[in-house]
Design a protein around this ligand. Sequence first.
Ligand code: KG4
Ligand code: ZN
Length: 357
Amino acid sequence: MAEKPIILGIETSCDETAVSLIQDDESNLPKILSNVISSQFNIHKEYGGVVPDLAARSHVEKIDIITKKAIKESGVGLDKVSAIAVTAGPGLIVCLTVGLNFGKAMAMSLDIPFIGVNHLEGHALSPKLHSKIEYPYLLLLISGGHSQYLSVNNLGNYKRLGTTIDDALGEAFDKTAKLLGIEFPGGPKLEKFSKKGDPNKYNLPKPIINKGGCNLSFAGLKTAILRITKKIKTDQEKFDLAASFQKTIEEILYIKTKKAFQEFQEIHSIENNNFIVAGGVAANEGIRNKLIKVSNENNFKCIFPDLRLCGDNAAMIAMVGLEKYKIKQFDSLDLPASPRLPLDENAKFLKGAGIKL
Ligand code: KG4
Ligand code: ZN
């Protein structure tokens, strides 16, 4: 029997330098051979956000070390790698370029196929790294840069059902956390704060809750929080505000997810409806519980990627690479970085595609 293909994935779209090797096992389920992630958390925290030039410089410094480590941990020789899959967009152009150039050079020197991957497609397929999930399924992607509902119809076939019209959800968590004096990225700590507070203390707005289908909006929430933080003095008030924010987000997602279920079912009439929640914010326990509740009530099975696969990683990029490898969908070495690449019917790797996500 021919050996199963091994894909080396590279992710450098933002502030994680990540390399992973994956291969199908005997039952054709993907197996992660290694999954190395180096976060730049310490570099950016003093600036309250990711600084593109610093991020790119750090990718340049680390990409070879992380790649060597991933190859070593996989126990596989470089000569056994079948293809190199690299995030080509969306993301920070200076960061994407580091991974792309490194991956292209590897593919060229090893004389193996090169595959450009849409980062969002990586998140969309990440649960396939540990669960056998058939297409189509509904995806909610909630990260620092994206918040959208997508119908994942097939590999390369996505329909966007709703998206944020302003801030991403992770961004809303981080900005609120900053107003409460929590350092970047504040999402996880804000969740901890919320557990010590009264969720009914502050009545916060739920922007566009009854309009815009399953589009999302969080900017108005931030403005309301800013107004309240000017008045609060005690730690308990901070905890109460965090709890009220957490509760409001859960309620927004509950209502919008119900709408997304309806839209998904208007497109697909299938027996087993799967709902995948991916991206860094999918680690939030309160959000998880609320999304499981709304799924149970509406006959959807709610699936979360393993926690280590929720945030940015290269295993999910290798996963897309593996599916593309099987259908021989390779890219040429002049593939450009596409900083604004969306994930829907119009998604194409075009230089500066100029589409707002
Ligand atoms: O997917 P991710 O690792 O990176 C990208 O943005 O692509 O997501 C990071 C985001 C940050 O905004 C972070 O604050 C948020 O996910 N996050 C959380 C939690 N863990 C991570 N937000 C709320 N609750 C959490 N437990
Ligand atoms: Zn991401």
